[in-house]
Structure formats: C-alpha cells, structure tokens
Design a protein around this ligand. Sequence first.
Ligand code: SF4
Length: 151
Amino acid sequence: MRGGFHLNRARLANGVQGLALPGLPCVAHGCSKCCYETEMPLTEADIARIEALGHRRDDFCALDDESVPQLRNDEGHCVFLGPTGACGIYDHRPAGCRLYPLVWDRDSGDVTLDDFCPFHDEFPVAPDKRAELVRVLRTIEAEARDRKAQA
Ligand code: SF4
C-alpha cells in the first residue's frame, strides 16, 4: 500500500512527531518510502499551513473521487520530497505525515501500524496519537462531506 489515506484504510507519512522516538526509524534507516506514490489526505488546516509558505493549492493537492484533497505526486513521489529524500516542508507537513505509520484500518476497525512501512515495528505509539489519528480522519471526512454538499 502506498503512503497516504485510503477509504478502507487510512495511512496517516514519515511518522515522526509525537511518537516516542521522533523520526528515528526514518532517519536511522534513511527511509522515505511512504513519500513515494503518496495518497496522503489533507485537512483544510494542512492546506492553509502549506499555502502560507507560498505554495499554490492546485500545485500541491488535488481532490480524489471522494472529494478528499490529497498530496500531488511528481515523478513518482510527493511534490515536496527533495532530491536528498528529505521533506521540503518538514516543519509544516500534513498531519497525516506526522502520524504515519499509524493508520486506521477499516477492515479491522482499529488503529494500527502500517506494515507497508518496513520499520513500522520500531515506532512506539503513544495512546494520545491514536486518538489524534481518529480526530484527523474525522476532520478529513467531515470536510469531504461539506465539499460534496456544496458542489
Ligand atoms: S509532505 Fe513531506 S513527509 Fe509528507 S509525503 Fe510529502 S515529502 Fe513526505
């Protein structure tokens, strides 16, 4: 599964902030796998934060079939992934990128660590991050409903 949110499974990339060992597995292994062919969903707050950096909305995100904005890919990876494998907006990256490899698995109806990440079992997960993932997903879903209602 590629980095990002799926309707039956939510992947929320580069799980760094808030996990007990911030960034260490990604940094230690030099891994940016989850930033390739990303399907990362964005909240309106994510979009506003990135726009404030001077990026145009249409340049970095597009709506999927469910009216959920997702990060765009360029040459197979997130538009913000730099040539060295570092995120170009790291301090302002989307909530989902901060929480990954935490995901919501709709098949099991539970929060889990995504085994798409080769180092997922190296991420200790604080309980409040599980709640945050659910909150972010609810926001994304509510915003998509509003978008559809206004269409
Ligand atoms: S915003 Fe940054 S962390 Fe998120 S997918 Fe793009 S390059 Fe990776």
